[in-house]
Design a protein around this ligand. Structure first.
Ligand SMILES: Cc1cc2nc3c(=O)[nH]c(=O)nc-3n(C[C@H](O)[C@H](O)[C@H](O)COP(=O)(O)O)c2cc1C
Length: 190
């Protein structure tokens, strides 16, 4: 069983991210390979990065960092549910990533991006070098253009083709996740 954390990357009042995150989390929860969790960066509420040491040293002085470290350390795979802000990724997501180092490494990451005509693809492109620097292994993306047409009240209800794409990505995350998890165990044992 892989522990998958879906992370909602937008924090503003009225954001679409929470409903899109809930949509994806429901799909993940229905799968037998995963113990699925949903993390809302607004609820995590990390301050702007405030640790004195490089995260690679794991000498965290703040309780919020120790808590965030434990949450990410315990996960085997991630999916970032992310909008595109000014052709880039959101500041809260970058901040949450920068807080840690080893906790992200050698784990698969998938992306559910959304936006206008771009479907958030430019944000994912820009995030790729960042996740790569942390040792996260890209495992696919679901891009949702003109997402607002699938939002009704607080629910996100896209056509079935998006659910199919999400499941394909989850197939790949499961395969990669199992391999990487075994590899991490070997590294610890060596
Ligand atoms: C600061 C800001 C910048 C945005 N820039 C883009 C953009 O570059 N491309 C795009 O497709 N949509 C852009 N949008 C529109 C967002 O796709 C839309 O507001 C979406 O709801 C944002 O996700 P959120 O509701 O989870 O915050 C932008 C929205 C905001 C608030």
């Amino acid at each position: 069983m892989l522990k998958l954390q879906t992370i909602v990357a937008s924090t503003r009042p009225g954001r679409a991210g929470l409903s899109i995150g809930a949509w994806f989390h429901d799909i993940a929860t229905a799968r037998k390979e995963y113990q699925a969790g949903l993390i809302d960066l607004k609820a995590v509420n990390l301050p702007m990065f405030d640790e004195p040491h490089h995260p690679r040293m794991r000498q965290y002085v703040h309780q919020h960092t120790k808590d965030w470290s434990a949450t990410i350390d315990a996960a085997d795979a991630f999916v970032f549910v992310m909008p595109e802000y000014n052709h880039g990724f959101t500041a809260p997501l970058k901040n949450a990533l920068d807080y840690l180092s080893h906790e992200w490494a050698d784990k698969p990451v998938g992306f559910v991006s959304y936006g206008g005509v771009s479907g958030g693809t430019r944000a994912v492109q820009l995030l790729n070098p960042v996740t790569g620097a942390l040792g996260l292994v890209p495992a696919g993306e679901v891009n949702i253009p003109f997402f607002a047409q699938y939002r009704q009240d607080e629910a996100f209800q896209p056509p079935a083709s998006f659910t199919d794409s999400a499941n394909l990505m989850l197939d790949r995350i499961a395969k990669l996740g199992a391999t990487l998890k075994a590899g991490r165990r070997e590294l610890v044992a060596a």
